[in-house]
Design a binder for this molecule. Sequence first.
Ligand SMILES: CC(C)(COP(=O)(O)OP(=O)(O)OC[C@H]1O[C@@H](n2cnc3c(N)ncnc32)[C@H](O)[C@@H]1OP(=O)(O)O)[C@@H](O)C(=O)NCCC(=O)NCCS
Length: 221
Amino acid sequence: MAIEVSFCTEPDFLRIFAIISDAFAGDQPYMDTMYPNHHTDHGRSEGAERLLHMKCTDATNRFLKAIDTGTGEIIGQAKWNVFENGMPEQTKLAGSYWESQDEKEYAEFLYEVCLEPIRRVARSAEGPLVVLDILTVDPKHQRRGAGRMLVEWGVKMADEMGAEMCVEASVFGRPLYKQNGFQDVEHVEVRVPEKWKGRPKIEFTFMRRAATSGKMNSGLN
Ligand SMILES: CC(C)(COP(=O)(O)OP(=O)(O)OC[C@H]1O[C@@H](n2cnc3c(N)ncnc32)[C@H](O)[C@@H]1OP(=O)(O)O)[C@@H](O)C(=O)NCCC(=O)NCCS
């Protein structure tokens, strides 16, 4: 059955968030920290609202869905960010979704630290930058090509803009990004203050893809 990629609209967000939650259901402590109780109905409805708020308040966001044209079901999603003129100042995590002040502080810490490799590239970027922020495919529909289509959409857009790209890749996304011209820059294991040492390890591979001009800005070099 064919798959099509298009922009998300408001009614899609509950399904989009459910896909993110299901796809990260295994060993994904970042998701558990940022979106507490994301596996529950309440957590999903909160998560969907938060994503929709991002769409409505931040014009750099591009939310995409992959639809199975045979059933009409949304089976995957991507959130791209397009920074044409640098990256906006980081805002604090808003909301009261966390069970304690410590949980919220940990989420704020991760949010800041995990964005730092992208911020470093953005600070030194001489042209536009396209960032893949979230990519997930419903586990029931993986390995059908939806992930590839969502990545190719962003790559095509970046190439048309002459933009550099970057992504913080999970072990599952990394092969797909490599196939699309991203290169490993560094493997990041987030170092946490002593009080959070017992928490699950957060790690990812930071990857970059040069602008079509072939020029890679020097943010991390
Ligand atoms: C990563 C992810 C989005 C891929 O989606 P998908 O629709 O299954 O991907 P595709 O079917 O388009 O596969 C494209 C290629 O990616 C690679 N790939 C996809 N899933 C993989 C896996 N589990 N292990 C290794 N390689 C994988 C393969 O090279 C694959 O090509 P092939 O099937 O011809 O071998 C999906 O596995 C997912 O949602 N994972 C959990 C969330 C996640 O880690 N997201 C990435 C965050 S950076």
